[in-house]
Each structure stands twice: as structure tokens, then as C-alpha cells.
Design a protein around this ligand. Structure first.
Ligand code: COD
Ligand code: ZN
Ligand code: ZN
Length: 376
């Protein structure tokens, strides 16, 4: 029986308040309004930023359906939607691409003005409401996506149609973690063939930076982590050397400077700590190095920096979603994955049924998983 135009009753993981587990609830998902798309979720990754909401370090209106690294199939579309049709495989975009704002029109920038992340999130679709309700109470959206639900509704500027043959339980990672890391290397840093790179932090995002450095043709990729258990996978994905700051008595940027004739060409901070942001900056060459901030420190804190560190010629940059324009890039990344240009499987350490979402977060918090994919 067709569900088009009807309210769908389904299961979703609702976060009612911070510091509490997710509760699998029966919710109602209203049909999509104009320029909205209702999606049947097939798979979703669990990302650190979802956990930042649980821990209260990322503020978004609650109760909410979290999740922003998913893939699914279009169930129905609202009036005026032309970019997708029912049956299409899609990835929701936490960083939308409206195509009309100043940033979308800028040739290089990607953080569309229609985003609902970071600065004052509303927890709604663009019309200021949500299509979710539970026990008669409206439930908020989360950064335009809300993938921890059997069905979600997104704005049409926040969804990308992808290859119909792609495995959704793998390419869901392109919705956040993989693209954030990979894009930081190929798009933000623009890593050059033969260059030397240093990657601080070997979680799923850091490993994706390594994949990007390798695809871009870097000849040395030095992986830095205080957990040596992370080194085997980093090497499998392209790291040429792995170093642990705990093994040295001097600061790690001095070690890297000595290893690389004064500093690397490109360094990446993929941890989200202020001290490692400074270390990564100092690790790149004073006159030609480029340092990229990928990690966000949970509580907005400031760094004090000597301007001389930049005056000699260093470049210091950062970006959300790997600097990629989402609607344009996500389908291309899926095509590249299908053409085996890069792997995703090594990033997926666990696959669990959606109902075990709290187990997936326990694995993340215990540092036991790189990425857990929940399947519906
Ligand atoms: N020195 C070296 N390595 C360290 C140190 C240190 N002082 N401290 C921790 N580490 C290592 C850990 O051992 C671990 O291996 C790694 O750093 C961090 O890995 P994870 O698994 O915690 O993190 P990721 O890869 O899943 O994500 C890390 C980010 C920092 C990128 C992420 O948390 C983040 O801040 N994302 C925000 C960026 C963004 O674009 N957000 C939008 C939606 S997510
Ligand atoms: Zn994320
Ligand atoms: Zn825009």
C-alpha cells in the first residue's frame, strides 16, 4: 500500500535530553511539504558530532532525531522538487547547497548560508517546523538531516542523488566523516604530488585525510597519534611513517621539522584540541607550509598565536565538510568510490542493527570503533 501523502508511523532514536541514552520510539513522520523530500533510511554512520550533542558540548534544540551520516531511498517528494524522484538512492547533506546564496556562488567556498549547523541551530526544516512528532509532541530535526530514523524528511537543497548501484551501507560515510577528511586533503589543502604531509589524529576522519593525501600523490604521509594501536590501519591506508608523541622527550613539531628538512608541506589537525592545532601549525614549513584545522574543539576556546608564525609565509586554514560543495561533490565521490579510486571498508569496524544505537555510541566513546554503521 502506498505511503505517499500519508503520515508514516515508524521507529526513530529520540534524544529527549543531554547525557541520556537514545530511546527507540514510535514516531510519526508527516508527508514532505513543497521542496521537501521524504527518505526511507537504509544505513547511517555514527559520528563524533552526534555524541557531542549527547554530551552537551554541541547545542541543538531537543528532543531531536540526531544522525547526519546516512543514505537511503526517496519514498516521496513534495511539490516543486525536481532534483530527485521516488526510488532514487540519496545521501542527506548536513551542509546544504542552495545554489543561490553568496557562498554557493563563490567558486571556492562551501558553507552554504542555508545551513542549520554550528551558529544557532533551529532544529527545523527551512519553513521553521519539523515533520517529526512523538506522543503528540513535535520532535526537532538535526542539521538538516536526522538520519537516526526509519524515515526522515529533508529540504531539497539538503539531499544529493547518487549512483543507483552504490552500496548504501558503505557510501553513507560520504555523508560526513569520509568527505570531511578526504576533502580536507584534496580540496582545502590541495595536496600536491610528491609532497610531505603530517596527519595528527587517526580516527575515521584522520584516516580519511590519509586516503586523500595518498590519492593526491603525496610521497610521505606521516601519521601522528598517541595511541599506537591506530598505526596498523593508518599504514594500510597510505601512511608511510607513524609516530607517537609519547615516544619523544622533545615537542612533536620539532621531531617533524627534523624529519622533513624544516617542516612538512601540509599538516592536518584532526583531533579537535588547541595544543595539537598549534603543534600541527608549527610542524609545517615556516615559509611554504599549509596547515589545516579539521577538528572542532568542543567548547569554543581561543588560541593565542605569534603573528611571526604566519608572516614568513605559512598558510593556516580550516573548513567544514572538507571544503566540498555538497550537492555537487557527494555524487562524484560515490562515483569515485564505485570506480575503486578509494576504499571505505577499512573505516567501517562495526555494523549493528539500528536498534543497537546505544551500543554503537558506547563503542565510539570507548575508542573501540572507527565507524559503526547502523542498518535499518
Ligand atoms: N596527539 C595525537 N593524537 C591524539 C591526541 C594528541 N594529543 N589526542 C587524541 N589523539 C588521537 C586519538 O588517539 C584518536 O585516535 C584521534 O586523535 C581522534 O580520533 P576520533 O576517533 O576521536 O575522531 P574522528 O576521526 O571520528 O573525528 C575527529 C574530529 C576532530 C574531526 C571530529 O570530532 C570533529 O571535531 N569534527 C568536526 C568537524 C566537522 O566538520 N563537523 C561537522 C559535522 S561532523
Ligand atoms: Zn559528522
Ligand atoms: Zn547556498
Amino acid at each position: 500500500m502506498s505511503t505517499v501523502g500519508k503520515v508514516i508511523r515508524c521507529k526513530a532514536a529520540v534524544l529527549w535530553e543531554p547525557h541520556k541514552p537514545f530511546v527507540i520510539e514510535d514516531i510519526e513522520v508527516a508527508p514532505p511539504k513543497a521542496h521537501e523530500v521524504r527518505i526511507k533510511m537504509v544505513a547511517t554512520g555514527v559520528c563524533r558530532s552526534d555524541d557531542h550533542v549527547v554530551s552537551g558540548t554541541l547545542i541543538t534544540p531537543l528532543p531531536a532525531v540526531l544522525g547526519h551520516e546516512g543514505a537511503g531511498i526517496v519514498e516521496s517528494i513534495g511539490e516543486g522538487v525536481t532534483c530527485v524522484k521516488p526510488g532514487d538512492k540519496v545521501i542527506p547533506l548536513f551542509s546544504p547547497q542552495c545554489g543561490k546564496c553568496r557562498i554557493c556562488k563563490h567558486p571556492e567556498s562551501n558553507f552554504c548560508c542555508q545551513n542549520d549547523s554550528l551558529e544557532k541551530p533551529q532544529g527545523t526544516l527551512r519553513d521553521g517546523t519539523s515533520r517529526f512528532s512523538c506522543k503528540g509532541k513535535p520532535i526537532h530535526n538535526f542539521i538538516s538531516t536526522s538520519t537516526f530514523s526509519q524515515y526522515t524528511v529533508v529540504d531539497d537543497i539538503a539531499v544529493a542523488k547518487i549512483d543507483g548501484a552504490s552500496p548504501l551501507d558503505k557510501v553513507c560515510l560520504i555523508g560526513c566523516g569520509f568527505s570531511t577528511g578526504y576533502g580536507s586533503a584534496v580540496k582545502v589543502a590541495k595536496v600536491t604530488p610528491g609532497s610531505t604531509c603530517a596527519v595528527f589524529g587517526l580516527g575515521g576522519v584522520g584516516l580519511s585525510v590519509i586516503i586523500g593525501c595518498k590519492v593526491a600523490g603525496a610521497s610521505r604521509i606521516i601519521a601522528v597519534d598517541i595511541n599506537k594501536d591506530k598505526f596498523a590501519k593508518a599504514k594500510e591506508l597510505g601512511a608511510t611513517e607513524c609516530i607517537n608523541p609519547k615516544d619523544y622527550s622533545k615537542p612533536i613539531h620539532e621531531v617533524l621539522q627534523e624529519m622533513t628538512d624544516g617542516g612538512v608541506d601540509f599538516s592536518f589537525e584532526v583531533i579537535g584540541h588547541l595544543d595539537t592545532m598549534t603543534s600541527a601549525l608549527l610542524s609545517c614549513h615556516a615559509a611554504c607550509g599549509v596547515s589545516i584545522i579539521v577538528g572542532v574543539p568542543p567548547n569554543a576556546k581561543s588560541l593565542s598565536v605569534n603573528p611571526m608564525l604566519l608572516l614568513l609565509g605559512r598558510t593556516w586554514k580550516g573548513a567544514i565538510f572538507g571544503g566540498l560543495k555538497s550537492k555537487d561533490s557527494v555524487p562524484k565521490l560515490v562515483t569515485d568510490f564505485m570506480a575503486k579510486k578509494f576504499p571505505l571498508d577499512p573505516l567501517i569496524t562495526h555494523v549493528l542493527p539500528f536498534e543497537k544505537i546505544n551500543e554503537a555510541f558506547d563503542l565510539l566513546r570507548a575508542g573501540k570503533s572507527i565507524r559503526t554503521v547502523l542498518t535499518f
